[in-house]
Design a binder for this molecule. Sequence first.
Ligand SMILES: [Zn+2]
Length: 306
Amino acid sequence: MLVVLGFLALTFIVLLPAQAGAAYLDGAGTASLENSPVDPVDPSPAPGTVSEGAGDASSSATTSGGGIGVPGLPVITRILCLRQCVSASRATRGAIIAVRGNNLNRVTRVIFRSRNGRIRARWRTRSVGAIRVTVPRGTVKGYLSVVDTGGNRARSPRELRIYPISSIPVEVFPVRGPFSFGSSGSRFGAGRPGHIHQGQDLSASCGTRLVSIKRARVLYNEWDDGGGNYVVLHNIGTNTNFVFMHMIRRSPLKVGQVVGAGAPIGRVGTTGSSSGCHLHFEYWVGPWQTGGSPIDPLPYLKSLLG
Ligand SMILES: [Zn+2]
């Protein structure tokens, strides 16, 4: 009964401002300057690190490959594209991929299919659960295999499909699930207690995946009482920055890391000063909070929807 009452109360709270015609989901609208990190950020990622993003981290549990359970034999469970990708499952020639599985730490060769047969490639990094390798230039669609020091071989469960570089998306809509741009209260410039709304709110279920719109460098990955878990991305080759706020938990991204368009950056939440699951998105021309200014992101976001 209490649960039902609680639900009704919650429904009321959500509905009331909507009926007023100027509903808004976040109070502060932006992270406060007091808590904003304004120190210069080292733009270079730590040497030798290749981030695999949230998608990869969430699937880090290894299996024994269909329960065969032979100790020591290499097993491939999944191939994930990490860099120069069309998507997490679609690679290009020259892409860096993660071959995930088990007993991969003794693998010496990774073998790709080519027009004339096979191409061998050497791993970049290697551990029990994953090998990272660059897809060779001559690779064509086909199964990928690995061979370890004992001559044991394992084959990928699916064929690796290769896409042209031109298929790599330049811009991707950031919310990967059903969403709404809301009403007037969600707009850039809407009233908020003590200030105006500096971004556009996109309502979506908590947990909806958020991805980078463009190729970008991570400037900030922080917590703020207003913005909750937020990330600021600098769009490489431009003077613009995108801000993602109220995420359900801290983004797995590292400051300084470069991410491609479509790379996971977190999930929709309602952390910080927020009264419902949504993404608060800001589009800044010039430095975020330190000399730049926010513009209305809505026309741009709509343009991404084609
Ligand atoms: Zn907002």
